[in-house]
Each structure stands twice: as structure tokens, then as C-alpha cells.
Write a protein that binds this ligand. Structure first.
Ligand SMILES: C[S@@+](CC[C@H](N)C(=O)[O-])C[C@H]1O[C@@H](n2cnc3c(N)ncnc32)[C@H](O)[C@@H]1O
Length: 267
């Protein structure tokens, strides 16, 4: 049996990964501010959909994965409305980190307005194209800088019914940054509004903790939370978390937890 030699690039990445692990075990970390700047650089360079779930990229081009992801999240929102015994109000939907529109194309047809927030101008354009090709619902693109997510509140001043954020929290610069997004979500939502937020969870093993050393090397492992810690964080931000759906593995990665949360009514 012949064995294929790993490519030079694969060897380089393995060596780099090993070195980063050692440095991390030694407690070497980048600061929150440095990681925010790294993330801003990573997402704003022209990327042709890299890491952003564009339908045209190799991973999504075949097998219906792109449609499946959006339909899965639509199904979760419908299930949440049934479970909470509420009419699914979807007049204004905000998606934080809308990427190439996999969720937007499924949800926008049900809404009167779809707001896509992202840090990548390329992805906002792609998302707008996809929504326009699917339905007449107006799409409002909101571009924010990673370092100033609160700026979105100046653009979205009307109350929203649904706040969706999936495949994004693992990419944010730090667990503390997640609190900023949850507070923004809380402010954007109408009383009684529904948030569906996905995180990558930390099981307590070293491998699954937040990696705070090289954003570019492994963006999708930058931020993780123990499930109970995120539940408490959501409560601190004014949400009432109702339940969590776990997806220990999906087509893209592993350890996903979806929090279904409500902004409490008056007061
Ligand atoms: C993996 S894609 C997910 C796209 C979409 N949510 C989906 O499920 O297909 C991640 C998206 O989050 C965006 N993003 C990364 N960091 C962000 C941040 N701090 N705030 C908002 N969006 C961010 C990226 O530009 C990218 O479009």
C-alpha cells in the first residue's frame, strides 16, 4: 500500500498548530483589543466567501448543505414559537453575522423587513443579492466594525421580533465580547421578542476552551462557553433563556448549543 506524502502546507499547518498549543498551555494569550483588531482584518479583506457560508464556495456548492442550514434554523425558530406557545412574530428579523445569506433566504420571505448585520462588506453584498433573488422583502445591510458592534444600534432603531445569530459566536474575539452582542440583541428586540443564538460549547476539556492566540490560524475556535455559563450570561443581559438544543456534531463542526431566549415583556 502506498502512502501519500502530506503536502508542505499540511506539514506547516501541523507544526504551527502544535506550537500554538504549547504556547497556549504556557498561558500565552493575545489581548482582547489585539484579537478584535485581528478579527477586523480577517473579515474585511476581500475573501470570496471564505469562512462565510457563501452558496458558491466549494463546501456549499454541492449536496444542498447551504439550503439545509437555513432550513434547519427556520425549523428551530418555528419549534421555538410552538414550544413557547407563541405566534411566531417575524415582521422584522435581525441576523447578526448574516454571511452569504443561507438563513436570510429562508427567513426573509416570512418577514416585512430583514436586517443583516455583518463586519464584512463582501458578505453583506452577497446576502443582499441572495435575498433579492428569493423574495421582495427589503433587505437592510448594516456594516459594523468588529471593534464597535454597538454602532449597529444607531442603524436599527425600530423594535425587532427575532434576533438570530448562528455560526458567529465561535468567531468573536472573546467571551466578554459575547456579552456586548447579547446586550445589543436585547436592546434591538421588542418586549416578548425571540432570540436564537448558537454558541460552540466548552466541555471542560482543555481542547474545547477558547483559543486566544492566533485568530487567523483557527478563527472558529476563538470563543467557547460552558453551557451553564452562557445561560447565566444571557440572564445577566436581561434575557429569559427558555431551553437549549444541542448539536454535538453537524456537517460543519462540533459542539453547538442553540439558546432559545425571550426578552421579557414590560419592565
Ligand atoms: C461562518 S459565517 C456564518 C454566516 C451565517 N450566519 C450562516 O449561518 O450561514 C460567519 C459570519 O459572521 C461574520 N462575523 C464575524 N465576526 C463578526 C462580528 N464580530 N460581528 C458580526 N458578524 C461577524 C463574518 O463576516 C461572516 O459573514
Amino acid at each position: 500500500m502506498t502512502r501519500q506524502m502530506p503536502s508542505v502546507e499540511a506539514l506547516r499547518r501541523t507544526a504551527q498548530g502544535g506550537l500554538l498549543r504549547v504556547l497556549q498551555a504556557l498561558g500565552v494569550r493575545r489581548s482582547d483589543a489585539a484579537l478584535e483588531a485581528d478579527a477586523q482584518r480577517f473579515w474585511t479583506e476581500p475573501h470570496q466567501g471564505r469562512g462565510s457560508h457563501w452558496q458558491s464556495t466549494a463546501r456549499f456548492a454541492e449536496g444542498g448543505l447551504w439550503a439545509r442550514i437555513g432550513l434547519r434554523h427556520l425549523g428551530m425558530l418555528r419549534r421555538a414559537a410552538r414550544t413557547l406557545d407563541a405566534e411566531p412574530a417575524m415582521a422584522r428579523i435581525v441576523e447578526w453575522g448574516c454571511g452569504g445569506g443561507a438563513n436570510a433566504v429562508q427567513l426573509a420571505p416570512l418577514a416585512r423587513e430583514f436586517v443583516g448585520v455583518d463586519v464584512s462588506p463582501d458578505s453583506l453584498e452577497e446576502c443582499a443579492r441572495q435575498v433579492a433573488a428569493r423574495c421582495e422583502t427589503p433587505f437592510r445591510p448594516v456594516l459594523v466594525d468588529v471593534r464597535d458592534p454597538e454602532a449597529a444600534l444607531r442603524h436599527v432603531t425600530e423594535p425587532c421580533d427575532v434576533f438570530l445569530c448562528v455560526y458567529v459566536f465561535e468567531l468573536i474575539p472573546s467571551p466578554a465580547y459575547g456579552e456586548r452582542i447579547l446586550r445589543i440583541a436585547h436592546e434591538m428586540l421588542a418586549p416578548g421578542g425571540l432570540a436564537l443564538v448558537q454558541i460552540k460549547y466548552d466541555t471542560g476539556s482543555w481542547r474545547t476552551g477558547s483559543r486566544r492566540l492566533s485568530y487567523r490560524f483557527s478563527p472558529g475556535n476563538t470563543t467557547t462557553y460552558p453551557i451553564h455559563a452562557f445561560w447565566e450570561l444571557a440572564r445577566r443581559c436581561g434575557f429569559e433563556p427558555r431551553y437549549v438544543e444541542l448539536l454535538p456534531e453537524d456537517e460543519l463542526d462540533e459542539r453547538y448549543a442553540y439558546f432559545v431566549m425571550v426578552k421579557l415583556g414590560v419592565g
